[in-house]
Design a protein around this ligand. Structure first.
Ligand code: MLC
Ligand code: AMP
Length: 567
């Protein structure tokens, strides 16, 4: 093995080349994603990889590879790693809006051998500080849109008295090259992955995800995991270069990163990237035509249905909007349970466009999916295991594997799609796996005689899904208890047709404090955590009942204060 490089967590990483073997710092590793992009660039030179709606510019696969190579070289130079040409799994955090610049940043970090830590563009400084502190990055890349974040982070204490302050790098946004420039743009060179030095089992991506513990954990996936997850989807949903995906999902979660970006770019799909979801834009784009795929969470479909009723139905635009949506090849819902009424309303307004539902999780990518044929899109079901993914149900108490149909069990997953570890939390990682190596999702499901899975909910009441985001009730409670006025709090999820669940807080105030109001409480809490975690329902009470063990029974609380919503 070659020389090694000491990285910050004390592990040693092999170097890419011996120093006497001159490095081409702009060469790309032969990752499957990059090799696929090279093929697309060669076979379909005009194929657009990313159509950036914010910039109003389009980028071919050739330009994407060239820009990736250039930024890779720049990254290595910035970190004085031109000797080794390898980030050696150092974490690089970045704050870049949805669009082409995001994709190049992600690919350049991978090309340089680093681990991407995508920061959430809507997170307040305190939450960014947590993610940065936990992931321990060697560099923070900021897009000019977030230039002010550097000062905010430093003022909030980042790098305070640190002997190794984390440097910042300002990203110079990329511009579409004209035809002549493109024609003269060479494809970067590639070097093959040497299993001893640059294996696919390297860490690639860290996504912060809430669990039943109070603090989000960094879920680490490798290139092998991501490639497997992406290939499985491409096979199941038949992505191809004739597809155009309209992408509106956040890019700090697996839904947007893997289903949206990785699988599409692997298959040569054009990804039309919008800064965020806006129902008016989607209806306009569907009416204009040209796109074939759309992926979203149930809340987005609820909003599209409402927007259609409020703005389009009964107007001259109605027929065009219906026909436009009907023409799409594939519209997928996931990340939370799709209420059948929304599925039915959507089909009714789009001339029979039946949403395809699938089930996934940060730790596994996608696991289960309904089929492409419309008769395999069963109401209330997430379908069958995806190609290569092994799924089983086990008894919650005994762990016995359930073989027969119609019995509730815990979903467990096995396969190369399953993540590698929670960052620097070996105990937490070990806890989520069975003795025989299956990942315990914590979700309960039933399987019918045809092998189709029906999600029944989560085993833990402390995990809430709202707008497709997973939220830890314990994390929200801990942050709320930091407020002077709050003596006790129980955070629960309330069923809601638009959001799936709403975050509700039952609060006992500290005696003598001014009664809390929802709007000012929300404003305060938005400084502490992402807006989507902040309760939208507040119930002030004199006492929060606890059992003999001092525990709050959250199901009882929901029944008591919101009897109409209790299941
Ligand atoms: C925002 N708000 C919420 C909320 N998000 N309230 C309750 N629950 C939420 N989740 C509040 C805001 O604070 C704001 O309040 C008001 O609602 C309107 O906010 P908004 O900005 O208009 O919301 P919007 O940005 O439109 O967000 C809605 C959304 C978004 C559905 C587009 O939540 C979204 O993109 N969700 C996708 C999440 C996702 O990708 N999950 C995948 C995780 S991976 P105020 O007071 O400020 O007005 C995974 C695995 C898998 O789950 O299977 O895929
Ligand atoms: P996350 O941890 O944010 O990746 O969210 C994963 C969780 O979302 C899963 O464990 C499920 O609880 C939930 N989920 C994802 N897809 C579905 C679906 N189609 N139906 C019901 N729940 C889902």
């Amino acid at each position: 093995m070659g020389l090694t490089t000491e990285v910050q967590d004390g592990t040693t990483q092999p170097q890419l080349r011996q120093p006497n073997n001159p490095l081409n710092l702009a060469a790309l590793p032969s990752l499957p994603l990059f090799l696929a992009a090279k093929e697309h660039a060669e076979n379909l030179p005009d194929q657009i990889a990313v159509d950036d709606a914010t910039k109003g510019q389009q980028f071919t696969f050739r330009q994407l590879l060239a820009d990736t190579a250039a930024l890779k070289r720049h990254l290595l130079a910035t970190l004085s790693l031109t000797e080794t040409g390898d980030l050696g799994e150092r974490r690089i955090a970045f704050l870049v809006p949805n669009g082409y610049d995001y994709v190049v940043t992600q690919w350049a970090i991978w090309a340089a051998g680093g681990v991407t830590v995508p920061l959430c563009t809507s997170h307040p400084v305190k939450e960014l500080l947590y993610t940065i502190g936990d992931s321990d990055p060697s560099l923070i890349i900021l897009h000019p849109t977030f230039a002010g974040t550097q000062q905010a982070l430093v003022e909030a204490g980042l790098n305070n008295e640190s002997t190794h302050p984390i440097p910042f790098m300002s990203l110079a946004p990329f511009q579409q090259q004209n035809e002549a420039q493109l024609a003269s743009l060479p494809l970067p060179e590639f070097f093959s992955l040497d299993p001893e030095q640059w294996a696919l089992t390297r860490r690639a991506l860290m996504i912060y995800t809430s669990g039943t513990t109070a603090n989000p954990k960094g879920c680490v996936t490798t290139h092998k995991n991501i490639t497997f997850q992406a290939r499985s989807l491409v096979e199941a949903w038949k992505y191809s270069p004739s597809d155009r995906l309209i992408h509106v999902l956040p890019l700090h979660h697996v839904h947007g990163i893997v289903n949206g970006l990785a699988a599409s770019l692997l298959a040569g799909v054009t990804v039309e990237m919008h800064p965020k979801f806006d129902p008016q834009v989607i209806w306009r784009r569907w009416t204009e035509g040209g796109s074939t795929m759309f992926f979203a969470v149930p809340t987005i479909y609820a909003r599209l249905v409402d927007d259609f009723a409020a703005r389009i139905q009964g107007t001259p635009q109605e027929a065009g909007a219906r026909a436009g949506a009907q023409a799409l090849r594939l519209i997928v819902s996931g990340s939370a349970a799709l209420p059948t009424p929304i599925k039915k309303k959507f089909a009714a307004i789009t001339g029979g466009q039946v949403l395809l539902e699938r089930y996934g999780m940060t730790e596994i990518g996608m696991g289960i999916s309904c089929g492409l044929p419309v008769d395999q899109r069963i109401d209330g079901s997430v379908g069958w295991p995806l190609p290569g993914v092994e799924v089983r149900l086990t008894d919650k108490e005994t762990g016995r594997v359930i073989e027969g149909p119609d019995e509730d069990g815990m979903i467990e997953i096995h396969g190369d799609n399953v993540f590698r570890e929670y960052w620097r939390r070996p105990d937490a990682t070990a806890k989520e796996f069975t003795a025989d190596g299956w990942f315990k999702t914590g979700d309960v499901a039933r399987r019918d005689a045809q092998g189709a899975y029906f999600i029944q909910g989560r085993a833990s009441v402390d995990l809430i899904k709202s707008g497709g985001y997973k939220i830890s009730a314990l994390e929200v409670e801990r942050k709320m208890l930091g407020l002077e006025a709050i003596q006790e709090v129980a955070v629960v999820g309330l069923a809601d047709e638009e959001w799936g669940q709403r975050v509700a807080a039952v609060v006992k105030q500290r005696p003598g404090t001014v009664p809390l109001e929802l709007s000012s409480l929300r404003a305060q809490l938005k400084q502490e955590m992402a807006a989507y975690k902040v309760p939208t329902v507040l119930k002030l009470v004199d006492a929060i009942e606890r059992n003999a063990m001092g525990k709050v029974n959250k199901k009882t609380i929901v029944k008591k204060y919101w009897p109409e919503l209790a299941a």
